[in-house]
Design a protein around this ligand. Structure first.
Ligand SMILES: O=C(O)c1cc(C(=O)O)c2c(n1)C(=O)C(=O)c1cc(C(=O)O)[nH]c1-2
Length: 251
């Protein structure tokens, strides 16, 4: 009788295999490559900042959904920091405010960002898929979906390294968000990765973890596809019938 050869990955190999998924991170998307090679117009940078605002404001709701599904107080206590990072506390204004300062630094008004008039339907649907996944998945699966943050410090650093030279018209104060995320993302990943390595221990679970990480990579990539249609190819939704931004702002 043939014994089934186990293809369960060791903890180390599993972590390495998760990191290999970085090959599909949105740092490789043409829109991103254009951003850090200096090829973007001010309108393209503004479009990206205004659309990414929707991701920023959904992240703390996503993290609150994970906490709501998690019965482990020790995990919740650590996870709570993510919400404070974005929403702020009595000492610091937080990431959403820093993002609004980035918006102003690139020439947008707070009002036009906060009212979400520029948020493209494709971006909205992609971000909503992330929040909805966190609501319905187990807290360990939702924690696993945050692991694209493994690759985030590099992308924030690439902006800090390249944008000031390419886009001197962006005010320096706008870069605070990216600087702030360098250490926050590293700390988040340590926690999220620990949960994932502890929880996904069978072959089927590890395959599921790869699929969850790919789902999240798809979200980030799809957001940029929608922005490319609108700001690079100049084909935003309904462009064949109107040049007005008629799409909905969230229902
Ligand atoms: O600018 C980026 O490219 C980028 C990517 C990601 C990511 O990989 O999900 C996050 C962030 N930024 C970010 O700033 C952030 O706070 C964040 C939280 C999360 C998450 O899934 O919980 N991802 C990200």
């Amino acid at each position: 009788m043939n014994a089934k050869v186990s293809t369960v990955l060791s903890r180390d190999s599993f972590e390495k295999a998760l990191r290999v998924k970085g090959a599909f991170y949105h740092i490789h998307h043409p829109f991103h490559r254009a951003m850090y090679s200096g090829a973007c117009t001010p309108d393209q940078i503004r479009g990206w900042v205004a659309n990414r605002y929707y991701y920023q404001i959904n992240i703390p709701q996503k993290d609150a959904a994970i906490m709501a599904n998690c019965p482990d107080a020790a995990v919740r206590r650590l996870w709570l920091q993510r919400i404070l990072d974005h929403d702020g506390d009595e000492d610091s204004a937080g990431g959403i405010e820093a993002w609004l300062q980035l918006a102003e630094a690139v020439g947008l008004t707070r009002e036009e960002v906060i009212d979400q008039r520029h948020v493209l339907p494709g971006v909205r649907f992609a971000v909503d898929a992330y929040l909805n996944f966190a609501r319905r998945a187990t807290w360990q699966e939702a924690a696993c979906s945050s692991l694209t943050e493994l690759f985030a410090p590099e992308i924030h650093q690439s902006r800090l390294d390249s944008w000031p030279a390419h886009y001197p018209w962006i005010e320096e104060g706008g870069y605070r968000y990216f600087r702030k995320r360098l250490s926050e993302a590293r700390r988040d990943v340590e926690h999220g990765l620990g949960i994932t390595l502890d929880h996904f221990v069978t072959e089927a679970q590890q395959q599921r973890a790869f699929e969850i990480l790919q789902f999240k990579l798809d979200i980030l990539w799809t957001m940029l596809d929608a922005m490319s249609m609108a700001y690079v190819h100049k084909t935003p939704p309904y462009h064949t019938v109107t040049d007005k931004q008629v799409w909905h702002r969230g229902v």
